[in-house]
Design a protein around this ligand. Structure first.
Ligand code: DCP
Ligand code: MG
Ligand code: MG
Length: 540
């Protein structure tokens, strides 16, 4: 009875078939029946299902793939721009069905369709058959009524897959169950372009056929190692494991129970609505960078690429951060970071029309930060350069404080950098580029290009265990006197450094309160503040 309470939700897990390959084939539809692969460095990161018939697998060495299928056509997949764009379109389409959509990686999403199912069942009481495949005994229905809910969920999943095909031309797979774990496992049961329901009466048996414990989403490398130490290798072994033995190895009863529960299909994790990342960043690694000119050029490349991400994101960043890995003599290389506020006025939208002067200003800030970490008057050896933007705020440039604070100089610049030239620029970058966008949940982990995947099943596991969330740097913010908001705060009798460390929203709240106070006092101290004041009047 207690178990049945856990069947109340209806969750859909959706995964796009051979994602990168489908994206590439959209611009080469004549190749749809040919074996194609997507390469990053010396690896085929994915391939279409025609190529899979030759035995080619995801993350195979190109040399091995060529042996299996010499006529395979390879696309270069090192620039993630198209994939990221498609990924965002897919996520937006899914959000037209329900609000609660959690993005997992580039091509996977969870949808909690519990309410939608309830609405449909209320309107339409007729009992329908499952759409697609199912695991478990459909005729031996659970007394809690979840069979009917899951069948309704399978209708919704079918509609979603149809819409994805019709609107965005992607085929996909869906798993439908009463929790995230089982929905994800069901999704992989029949591929490609199919869907599967996992009924509760089929879950334990199906899980026992998965083999390696690492096949369970949520069991990562460390957990697998701990389990191996007590000779638990397969899901079946884990299902039969003595909880006392697990308590001993994990030294924590809760963890032991969670791990054991996963093996029998119990998972209480909720679908967390994906939010935008806290920061957007890129890194560029190299054997040796020792000239200031090279550093500047590499930062310029990173900046152009990063601005494309900012454009797609749609928000305006308020802080820029530089990361450097220095190779000291005889010392172990360590990463160092410095950050600085940046003025909103530098970011006009669309970014494609960003003024050259703004880009140069940003580059100067970046180089100043670099020089705070590296003494360029002496020989230096850097092996990694990183750039990120953070402290975002939603853009409403026409009505925001930022637009009132636009500097006259920023408006007078003529030349623009268009997006096409930015893209061309990006192609010229040959070092390993790593997207290091960290998010405030485990929802989006973007695959790094050119990175061999040692174990496909392990890297797929991103549920609870391997949260790799970077905390915002606690480094003191160096004011470069370029942020008008900050200039304003100098009049406000508050500690500048403390103010710099505050999240953007709170900074704005303080400024707003300050101005409201001034309004009450009928005193407007300077022209910039009077602009903010007028903003306050028109918006409150
Ligand atoms: N990817 C990557 N590096 C990895 C794993 C994946 O670059 N180590 C990329 C290529 C894939 C995309 O992420 O197209 C989605 O990963 P999937 O595991 O979902 O693989 P596919 O969508 O390609 O194939 P499938 O049909 O098996 O889902
Ligand atoms: Mg996929
Ligand atoms: Mg996937």
């Amino acid at each position: 009875m207690e178990e049945e309470k856990s069947h109340l939700r209806t969750i859909i897990h959706i995964d796009i078939d051979c994602f990168y390959a489908q994206v590439e084939l959209q611009s080469a539809p004549n190749l749809v029946n040919e074996p194609i692969g997507i390469k990053q460095k010396n690896i085929v990161v994915t391939c279409n299902y025609v190529a899979r018939q030759y035995g080619i697998k995801k993350c195979m060495l190109i040399a091995d793939a060529m042996k299996l299928c010499p006529k395979i056509i390879l696309f270069n997949g090192e620039d993630l721009y198209k994939y990221r764009q498609a990924s965002n379109q897919i996520h937006s389409l899914l959000k037209t069905f329900v609000n609660d959509v959690e993005k997992l990686g580039f091509d996977e999403n969870y949808l909690d369709v519990t309410e939608l199912v309830a609405e449909r069942l209320q309107k339409n009481k007729t009992y329908t058959n499952p759409v697609g495949h199912y695991i478990g005994n459909f005729n031996n229905a659970c007394s809690c009524g979840c069979h009917v809910r899951l069948v309704t969920g399978s209708e919704i999943a079918f509609e979603i897959r149809q819409k994805l095909k019709r609107d965005l031309d992607f085929t996909s797979c869906c798993g439908i169950s009463y929790n995230k774990l089982l929905a994800k496992i069901a999704c992989s049961a029949h591929k490609p372009n199919q869907q599967t329901i996992m009924f509760p009466n089929g879950a334990i048996k199906y899980l026992s056929t998965l083999g390696d414990v690492a096949m369970i989403p949520g069991i990562g490398f460390k957990t697998k190692e701990s389990l191996l130490s007590i000779n638990i290798k397969t899901v079946k072994d884990l299902q039969a494991a003595d909880i006392k033995a697990l308590n001993k190895v994990f030294k924590n009863e809760e963890t032991a129970m969670t791990v054991k529960n996963l093996s029998i299909g119990i998972c209480t994790s909720s679908v967390k609505k994906s939010s935008k990342p806290l920061s957007l960043g890129l890194e560029c690694g190299a054997q040796k960078i020792s000239l200031e000119l090279d550093v500047k050029q590499k930062f310029e490349n990173l900046l152009h690429r990063l601005l494309i991400l900012v454009e797609e994101d749609g928000r305006i960043p308020n802080t820029v951060k530089v990361t450097i890995r220095k190779q000291g003599e005889g010392k172990i290389a360590q990463k160092e970071t410095k950050q600085s506020p940046v003025s909103s006025s530098l970011f006009t939208h669309p970014i494609s029309q960003l003024k050259k002067e703004s880009i140069n200003k940003l580059l100067n800030i970046i180089m100043d930060l670099f020089k705070k970490i590296v003494n360029v008057s002496r020989p230096f050896h850097v092996t990694l350069l990183g750039l990120s933007f953070s402290k975002f705020h939603e853009k409403h440039l026409n009505s925001s404080i930022a637009s009132f604070l636009l500097k006259k100089g920023d408006l007078s610049v003529q030349s623009t950098t268009n997006l096409k030239s930015i893209e061309n620029f990006v192609e010229a970058v040959d070092e390993k580029m790593i997207i290091c966008s960290k998010v405030d949940s485990d929802s989006e982990v973007e695959p790094s290009p050119k990175k061999p995947k040692l174990d496909v099943s392990l890297s797929q596991i991103k549920l609870e265990e391997e949260k790799n969330v970077s905390s915002p740097s606690k480094l003191k913010v160096e004011s470069l006197n370029l942020n008008e908001d900050l200039e304003l705060t100098k009049n406000m009798n508050i500690d500048q450094d403390t103010f710099n460390e505050l999240p953007y929203d709170i900074q704005q709240e303080i400024i707003r309160e300050y101005n409201i106070k001034y309004l009450k006092m009928k005193h407007v101290p300077c022209s910039k503040q009077s602009l903010i004041t007028s903003y306050c009047i028109s918006n409150h």
